[in-house]
Design a protein around this ligand. Structure first.
Ligand code: SAM
Length: 329
């Protein structure tokens, strides 16, 4: 019998994001500094430690996990972790968020290991803009990764693009067309203040602007009726039969009151919000032979203490010390 993890605002939590590394083969300006100093390998939770944590979390009602990073495919042998997690009783849904650069080599093994969902990040289809944003080359490899995920049978495949003014207004239509032609689901994510760069509200290309561009190009779009109200993306459907897309309006329409997520960093810290200023050290418990009951208590406490929301739109907002790559996106 599982219990439910509720915070002080009544929000039930069933969703855990697990970062498996802070290393990345790109250096996206909005996410991480060019000269990032990475965690020592000995600091990273082992796959067995991650699985132990998830086993305990599953008894508290966590039934959905997503592997992320850094770039999760930079962690060697990732399918083995997927296999360990798939075997945990109560685990209903295992997903991966990746930049796709290394995906062509691993898509089949990941699917065989039990990975169910895959989100691939792609901000632009233009090689020069890709290099500008990611400070590395990689467009060709990402496109190969997307194709490999399709061949391996992943459905749906979601393509994540960060929405930044100066970039995304040129990309909305090409990316949407790319996704529509391949049966992929595009998702635009409003640019958030969580990278190493100087964020400014003016630099966000907002959900309403994206919607306006898409409906001008492809005709009316309508909200998806039976969408999960707790999902961060607002889901829309093209009325011309072109499929669906999503918008994650973290800045213009925060969804904190329906948040059901907690996060485990690669170095074993538990966070109850992407923007949390405090975190709890669970690695110390996992390495110190703490009982499962003690680990469960710490998880319950972390959820209980969750704040109301991230306050990006207020003067009270404080940017966390860690940037996105070190938390897990
Ligand atoms: N490397 C993997 C990838 O690229 O998908 C996983 C980690 S990455 C941090 C996860 C997602 O966070 C990506 O889709 C990325 O674009 C997004 N992201 C990073 N920084 C962001 C920011 N400042 N605002 C909005 N989304 C951001």
């Amino acid at each position: 019998m599982t219990e439910s993890l509720r915070d002080g605002f009544g929000r039930a939590h069933n969703n855990l994001r697990i970062s498996v590394t802070d290393r990345c083969n790109l250096r996206c300006t909005y996410c991480m500094p060019e000269d990032a100093v990475f965690m020592e390998r000995s600091e990273l939770l082992t796959f067995e430690e991650i699985a132990h944590f998830v086993r305990v979390a599953a008894t508290l009602g966590i039934d959905k996990v997503r592997l992320t990073g850094g770039e999760p495919l930079m962690r060697r042998d990732l399918p083995r972790l997927v296999e360990l997690l798939s075997a945990i009783p109560g685990m209903r849904d295992i997903g991966l968020t990746t930049n796709g650069l290394l995906l062509a080599d691993h898509a089949t093994a990941l699917r065989a290991a039990g990975l169910q969902r895959i989100n691939i990040s792609l901000d632009t289809l233009d090689p020069d803009r890709f290099r500008q944003v990611a400070r590395r080359d990689g467009l060709e490899q990402t496109l190969e990764g997307i194709e490999a995920a399709r061949q391996a049978g992943f459905r749906p495949i979601k393509i994540n693009a960060v929405s930044m003014r100066g970039l995304t207004e040129h990309e909305v239509i090409p990316l949407a067309r790319f996704a529509r032609e391949r049966g992929l689901e595009m998702r635009f994510i409003e640019y958030m203040p969580i990278g190493a760069d100087q964020w400014d509200r003016q630099k966000v290309y907002f959900a309403d602007e994206i919607l306006e561009q898409l409906s001008r190009e492809f005709g009316p779009v309508v909200p998806v009726e039976d969408a999960d109200p707790r999902a961060p993306a607002q889901e829309f459907r093209y009325t011309d039969g072109g499929g669906c897309f999503g918008i994650i309006a973290s800045v213009s329409r925060p969804f904190c009151m329906s948040c059901n997520r907690i996060r485990l960093t690669a170095d074993g810290k538990l966070r109850n919000c992407l923007f949390a200023l405090d975190e709890v050290d669970v690695k110390q418990l996992l390495r110190g032979n703490a009982s499962d009951e003690k680990i469960a208590d710490v998880i319950r406490g972390n959820v209980r203490d969750k704040w109301e929301g991230h306050e990006i739109n207020t003067s009270r907002f404080i940017k966390p010390l860690r940037t996105m790559h070190a938390i897990g996106g």
